[in-house]
Design a protein around this ligand. Structure first.
Ligand code: 6GU
Length: 225
């Protein structure tokens, strides 16, 4: 998997790249690279955005600037790039990210994430260059960078080998293995702390009963029973 993040703040991702599961994924041969549209802007003085037609607050990322950045990266018309690669605009009003979308994206060979700033993108960027619009929730962030990190985090941890334990990403909250429900509760030592004891079943060594108990707990958390 190779992920390209188009952002005006590439250095923000240096911290993210150091996270254990991200570093693991990169060591396995996956790539996470940042592209700064300011580096290839056809405008003077590093300009990348402009005031909105029709008036209003804020600045809008220009379509010519994003075209130049995408062309420089992929050596092709961005309109053609999107027919061979998932190109995602991070927007507050996009398709809401969930476990199913994360799994779908994790199956792609490559992802391009476009981070908007200020008032966001000129709509032609989204309409002509992108395959998807993704949001991480119904609230507004100052820019797409944190959302892009959230997408990268949940996608990269699904790649084989990114987590320490191979099964960690299989049976977790919202996964098909748990019927889309939240995960069951976990406990560790001490088995008794201030009289707060651990459910006895977990100490029984009875694997099948434990499996069924966990599934029931998970269903209960989903509001089932
Ligand atoms: Cl993807 N971008 C911004 N700016 N705000 C958001 C978001 C994305 N998802 C939720 N809020």
């Amino acid at each position: 998997m190779n992920i390209d993040v188009f952002t005006l703040f590439p250095h923000w991702f240096e911290w993210f790249r150091g996270q254990r599961h991200v570093a693991n994924a990169l060591a396995l041969g996956h790539a996470l690279e940042c592209v700064d549209p300011r580096a290839t802007t056809p405008l003077g003085a590093g300009q990348v955005d402009d005031t909105p037609f029709g008036g209003g607050a804020g600045m809008v990322l220009r379509v010519d600037v994003m075209e130049a950045a995408l062309r420089a990266r992929y050596g092709d018309d961005p309109v053609a790039v999107r027919s061979r690669r998932r190109v995602i605009a991070l927007t507050p009003g996009g398709r809401q990210l969930d476990d199913a979308l994360a799994s779908e994206l994790a199956a792609e060979p490559g992802l391009t994430l476009l981070c908007g700033r200020y008032e966001g993108f000129d709509e032609r960027i989204v309409e002509r260059f992108c395959t998807d619009e993704v949001s991480i929730g119904r609230y507004v962030l100052a820019g797409g960078e944190l959302a892009a990190m959230v997408v990268c985090d949940t996608v990269l941890r699904k790649l084989p080998g990114a987590l320490g334990h191979a099964d960690s990403a299989l049976e977790e909250s919202f996964s098909p293995a748990l019927e889309g429900a939240p995960e069951y509760p976990h406990y560790t030592r001490p088995a008794d702390w201030r009289g707060w004891t651990v459910p006895e079943i977990l100490l029984s060594g009875h694997h099948e009963k434990i499996r069924l108990w966990r599934l029931e707990q998970s269903r209960r958390r989903a509001g089932g029973t």
